[in-house]
Design a protein around this ligand. Structure first.
Ligand SMILES: Cc1cc2nc3c(=O)[nH]c(=O)nc-3n(C[C@H](O)[C@H](O)[C@H](O)COP(=O)(O)OP(=O)(O)OC[C@H]3O[C@@H](n4cnc5c(N)ncnc54)[C@H](O)[C@@H]3O)c2cc1C
Ligand code: SF4
Ligand code: SF4
Ligand code: SF4
Length: 364
């Protein structure tokens, strides 16, 4: 059930916990029992052993970034960049997930407006936390404003790690379908690169629209439905096991905000929208509410149910496919074929394509 947040590693006073990849590529902590002094701090900070209370959001808003360039390079409507900008302008520090120079995903921090560009856009790979909780704690103790963004379990891990409330901390969780294995991502990328350097990666390229986004890897762009990595992710195969029993959703992380795609916006009266992306912003705390007043974002109040109805992952867990174990057994023997078999060549996808073809033929 470990979600891989790394809070135990960063909290251990003996530095005797390290993260190791299991055979499917997910990081899990391993303790050097010769050095461990049984202090129990690792268990105290674990968000899986200490699950928070469910909470209802205070308010919910629809918002878009006014700068079209920023909005188009964001996955949803770009509300993350608006929140982060405020903190940077107040002399603070923003934490988020970025690619490293080998396209692995890591957590990092930035204290400039240019620095937050790297956090923009969804990276569908579990990010490696490194020492980010320790760094955040140092900044908070120096009195700096800190915005920490990540998955709900990463926010829950941070909160447990800090173990006390800092009034200068703002936490922002993303709506979370779950995180894929870094090993599957590495393998997929290697197959695409074939020894060449990959110049760019964009999981949510909007040149084909926000709804029908494409995945861009190097000079290859594909509709997300036709990309094996993304298709097997959306079918829940390459997900971390903890994502099927998520400990941190539905307000349990204690985050101030949740940001999501506002799927289903077209069914809501009074919200202007196009196919360039729109964010839903759920506010869970009074600190979040007063911070928002300070941000000056042009927003429209909406009913939270209009967001959650089209975005089940905000409240509930992703369901585990019946043949999940078989996927991994096959993946570890034959990665490329298995991603295809459970991705673009899955029975579900083949049926969808057949239906599309038949309806085109009937229309003729
Ligand atoms: C693993 C994952 C699952 C998601 N599942 C859903 C979902 O079920 N429903 C939905 O509506 N939206 C989902 N999203 C997208 C999410 O809604 C958008 O990232 C969010 O709305 C922010 O969009 P934005 O336009 O404001 O800003 P953007 O600039 O697009 O968002 C950037 C933010 O995402 C964070 N981020 C990016 N990649 C990661 C990562 N690997 N781990 C942790 N944080 C990351 C950054 O730190 C930053 O805070 C998911 C994103 C990811 C990465
Ligand atoms: S019990 Fe204490 S010393 Fe042992 S691994 Fe946990 S935090 Fe480290
Ligand atoms: S979920 Fe618990 S055991 Fe797993 S990395 Fe986080 S703190 Fe450690
Ligand atoms: S679904 Fe839950 S356990 Fe999985 S990454 Fe998201 S927040 Fe963490």
């Amino acid at each position: 059930m470990c979600c891989g947040c790394g809070a135990c590693v960063q909290r251990c006073p003996q530095s005797c916990i390290a993260m190791h990849e299991d055979e499917n590529g997910f990081l899990y902590p391993r303790v050097d029992t010769d050095v461990c002094v049984n202090c129990g701090l690792c268990e105290q900070v674990c968000p899986v052993l200490n699950v928070g209370e469910e909470q209802e959001p205070h308010n919910c808003f629809a918002a878009i970034h006014p700068d079209e360039k920023v909005r188009l390079s964001s996955s949803s409507g770009g509300v993350f960049s608006l929140l982060a900008r405020r903190v940077i302008q107040d002399g603070g520090v923003v934490f988020g997930a970025r690619f490293d120079d080998r396209w692995a995903v890591v957590h990092d921090y930035a204290d400039t407006l240019e620095g937050i560009d790297a956090f923009r856009g969804s990276k569908y790979v579990q990010s490696v936390m490194g020492d980010s909780y320790l760094h955040a704690k140092q900044f908070l103790e120096q009195g700096k404003k800190v915005l920490f963004s990540g998955t709900p379990c990463q926010i829950a891990g941070l909160k447990r790690f800090l173990s006390k409330d800092f009034p200068n901390l703002i936490t922002v969780e993303i709506a979370c379908h779950g995180v894929p294995s870094p090993k599957v991502w590495r393998g997929y990328l290697d197959g695409k690169a074939r020894g060449r350097n990959i110049s760019q990666v964009n999981f949510r390229d909007k040149s084909t629209g926000w709804r029908n986004y494409s995945v861009v890897i190097g000079d290859c762009a594909k509709p997300h439905d036709d990309d094996d990595y993304m298709a097997s992710y959306l079918a829940n195969y390459n997900l971390r096991p903890s994502c099927f029993v998520c400990p941190s959703k539905n307000g349990k992380s204690g985050a101030d905000f949740l940001i999501a795609d506002f799927w289903g916006v077209e069914a809501v009266n009074g919200v202007k929208h196009d196919d360039k992306g729109i964010s839903a912003l759920l506010v869970y705390s009074s600190r979040g509410r007063s911070f928002l007043e300070h941000c000056g974002i042009d927003m429209t109040a909406i009913d939270v149910e209009s967001v959650v109805r089209h975005n089940p992952c905000i409240r509930g867990c992703t369901s585990r496919p019946a043949d999940y174990e078989l996927f991994w057994k096959r993946y570890n023997k034959c990665p490329g074929w298995t991603l295809k078999r459970y991705g673009t060549l899955s029975m579900e996808k083949v049926i969808i394509r057949a239906k599309r073809l038949i309806s085109r033929l009937v229309k003729r």
